[in-house]
Write a protein that binds this ligand. Structure first.
Ligand SMILES: Nc1ncnc2c1ncn2[C@@H]1O[C@H](COP(=O)(O)OP(=O)(O)O)[C@@H](O)[C@H]1O
Ligand SMILES: [Mg+2]
Length: 282
C-alpha cells in the first residue's frame, strides 16, 4: 500500500494543524452552486436544516438539540460534494473539504490524531466540514497492525462525532452506503440519499445549462431524451463540450452539436431514477 507523504500545496498550513484539507470561502461556494438541481426531498431537508440553524435560540429554549451532522449516500456525480458547497453558501460559512481516504492513506499512524485535529479546528472556527470518501473508514485492512490502527481511528471518529458541537456543520459523503459501520452512521442526525437524475431533474438541469446561452428552439426536449441515464456530472461535461463547439463555430447551440459532444464524451449510461410522480402513481 502506498503511503504518499507528498501532500502538495492544496492543504491548509501546518500551523492550523490540518494537512489534508482544501478551504473555500462562502463566495467561492456561491459560484460553484449556480446550477444545482436538488431532488425535492433533499432540497426540503436542506431548507429545514438551514431554518433550524437560524432559530438556535428557540431550540435551546425548548431543550431540543439542533442537528449538525449530515451523511450523504449515492452514486458518483449526483451532487453530494455540490451539496456541501451549497450548504456552506446558505450558511455563509467557509467550506473545508477533506478526503478521508487521503487522511488515512497518508500517515496511517497519525490518522487518529489528524482526525482529531480536524474536529478541533471545526470546533474553534465555524465552518462546514465535509468529509468525502467517508467509507474509507470502513475499508478492511489485511495487515494486522493496520487493523488495530483502523479500529483506533474509528473509535476516535465516533468520539469526535459524539462531541461535535458549536457553530460548525459536519457533512460526510459516500458512494457505498452498505460499507458504513452502523455505529458510525447512526451518529448522523440527517441522512440524505442521492440518485441518478430522473426525467424532471434532467429537464431542470438542461434548462439551467441553456439559460443565457443562445440555442435552437426545441433542443431541450430532445436533449432530455438523449441524456436519460446520464449523471449530472456527465451531463455537465457534455454541455460544456457542446458549448465550446458552439462558441468556436460562432453558432447557437444545436441538438446536432449536443449529440456530437455526447458521442465524443461517451458517458456511461445507467438506469435513470424514476420520477417522484411516477413513483407516487404506482
Ligand atoms: N445535482 C446536481 N446539480 C447540478 N450539478 C451537479 C449535480 N450533481 C453533480 N453535478 C455536477 O457534477 C460534478 C460532480 O458533482 P459532485 O457534487 O462532485 O458529485 P458527487 O460528489 O455526488 O460525486 C460537479 O461539477 C457538479 O457541478
Ligand atoms: Mg463528491
Amino acid at each position: 500500500m502506498s503511503k504518499n507523504k507528498n501532500n502538495g500545496s492544496r492543504f491548509l498550513p501546518k500551523s492550523k494543524g490540518i494537512d489534508t484539507a482544501t478551504v473555500y470561502a462562502p463566495e467561492e461556494c456561491a459560484l460553484k452552486v449556480k446550477r444545482i438541481v436538488l431532488q425535492p426531498d433533499n432540497r426540503q431537508m436542506i431548507e429545514e436544516f438551514v431554518t433550524i440553524l437560524g432559530m438556535k435560540d428557540r431550540f435551546a429554549e425548548h431543550d431540543v438539540p439542533v442537528p449538525n451532522k449530515i451523511v450523504m449516500f449515492g452514486p458518483p456525480g449526483t451532487g453530494k460534494t455540490l451539496t456541501a458547497f451549497y450548504m456552506a453558501q446558505r450558511l455563509e460559512l467557509p467550506l473545508i473539504i477533506v478526503r478521508l481516504d487521503a487522511v488515512i492513506n497518508s500517515f496511517l499512524g497519525e490518522t487518529a490524531s489528524n482526525v482529531r485535529k480536524l474536529f478541533d479546528y471545526a470546533k474553534a472556527s465555524p465552518c462546514v466540514l465535509f468529509l468525502d470518501e467517508f467509507d474509507a473508514i470502513a475499508r478492511t485492512r489485511e495487515n494486522n497492525d493496520e487493523v488495530k490502527e483502523m479500529s483506533r481511528v474509528v473509535n476516535t471518529l465516533l468520539q469526535c462525532l459524539d462531541e461535535f458541537e458549536g457553530g460548525s456543520v459536519l457533512m460526510a459523503a459516500t458512494n457505498l452506503e452498505d460499507q458504513l459501520d452502523h455505529a458510525v452512521w447512526r451518529r448522523f442526525d440527517t441522512r440524505m440519499t442521492y440518485r441518478m437524475p430522473g426525467e424532471a431533474e434532467i429537464m431542470a438541469y438542461i434548462r439551467l445549462m441553456l439559460d443565457g446561452f443562445e440555442h435552437d428552439a426545441g433542443i431541450a426536449g430532445r436533449a432530455a431524451e438523449l441524456l436519460r441515464g446520464v449523471s449530472f456530472a456527465d451531463m455537465e461535461q457534455i454541455f460544456l463540450k457542446a458549448k465550446r463547439k458552439a462558441i468556436i463555430g460562432s453558432a447557437p447551440l444545436t441538438y446536432r452539436t449536443l449529440e456530437d459532444a455526447y458521442r465524443e464524451y461517451q458517458p456511461r449510461k445507467q438506469a435513470a431514477a424514476l420520477d417522484e410522480k411516477v413513483l407516487a402513481g404506482t
